[in-house]
Write a protein that binds this ligand. Sequence first.
Ligand code: FE2
Length: 469
Amino acid sequence: MALWGGPALSAEPAAARFPIVTQTEDGAPIPRSAGLPYAPKNLPDRIVLTPGSDPAREMAVAFRTDTAQAESRAQIAVSVDGPTLEEKARLVGGKSMPVDSSYGRALYHHIRFTGLTPDTVYTYRVKGAAGWSEWYQFRTAADDAKPFRFLYLGDIQNGILTYASRVIRQAFHANGDIRLVVHAGDLVAQRDDLDHDDEWGEWNQAGGYNYAIVPQVPATGNHEYVDDVQPDGSEVYRLGPYWPAQFALPANGAGPVKATTYYTDYQGVRFIVLDGTAAINLGSMQAQTDWLDRTLASSKANWNVVLFHQPVFTCARPNDTAEIKAAWKPVFDKRKVDLVLQGHDHCYSRLTSEAGREASAQARADGTVQGPVYLVSVTGSKMYALNDRTPWQPDKVAEATELYQIVDVDPKKIRFRTFTASGKLYDGFDLERTGDGNRLIEIDEPTLAARRCTGDVGPDGGACVARAK
Ligand SMILES: [Fe+2]
């Protein structure tokens, strides 16, 4: 069992790089969560499992303790069915990094479990100063393209505990054996509407133990970056301190942005994660585009799924994301990417043809191969109004609606289903692989009619909560 092998953790305390912000620019206090439940303790919390490059053989865990637990410790065993895990388990070490917040200093620990056996159930637990966590159980990926199910979530970001939690819990409650969760960025807002540490506390509480037993595949959004004010008063985007602390990700990404780009191969699917903010704002577009092309070229997977935040085709903004559309869409087309999963727009869109819904339907009627399919979705409570292209361009859209997506993958077929927060089927399609490409098949199960605001009235009959972007 190898020790830490991921991206280097900074030895520099986060406080030196990110002063703790307790008030807004106007001097108003930044609110904390009611009841102050999120201070670091002498037992582990914020326990998040992530896949290695090869999740048949490697997983990793990140978790938080108070500073009394200086050493990073986990135990792991192949699962047995009686209460004898402690006697079977091996001790594994890792590395820790401090993160300073308004609650004082915490330690985040990263531990990698390597040399695992494919398609095998393991159990692990992690240590705080006062004792161990409960045992958490996960299954490694199979070595072959065995069918599996994953969950795709758009921006959680706002109303994280208040609103987004019920969507995540509904997704898990209604759908068994979810094997991965992919997040299309903006997991939190990381602005001034809630103490940043509390936001991550809410994010962890919203998903709870599901994050410790199902590997998480997160992409960064613009809100994972913070405005770092320089001595001269200028502002620079910097990745916030929580991202590298909270996720022990594979170190296989694009050179200058290894903390936020990576891929993982899961049972016949290559998931490729890009960082749109670093590409657009921090000068790594070309490096990411080259890496994307190489990573698609080397993929042996049946399906290639690309995940990032700022969408190629927007459902809320006046214009598409020009930089990403110019750089990445040609690569998606050339390399025949199957699904592009995105967030950022706080609306729902499924788009198959830039020429619009009718052209897309005609292509299906003609038996033409289609793809990639571009998705945008949202989990949390912030909502943007649909733009003026949504009446004709995407295959289906939604406004002012919280959603989750369940995707079932077979070697020759992807079954994509979108559900509303209360579990109603909203949209869906099947992608079938043929000799010359993918055919998209609209489902014949009944789905809800398109949800939109009508004037000031929302789709649920009350106020329209979607605001123009
Ligand atoms: Fe967002």
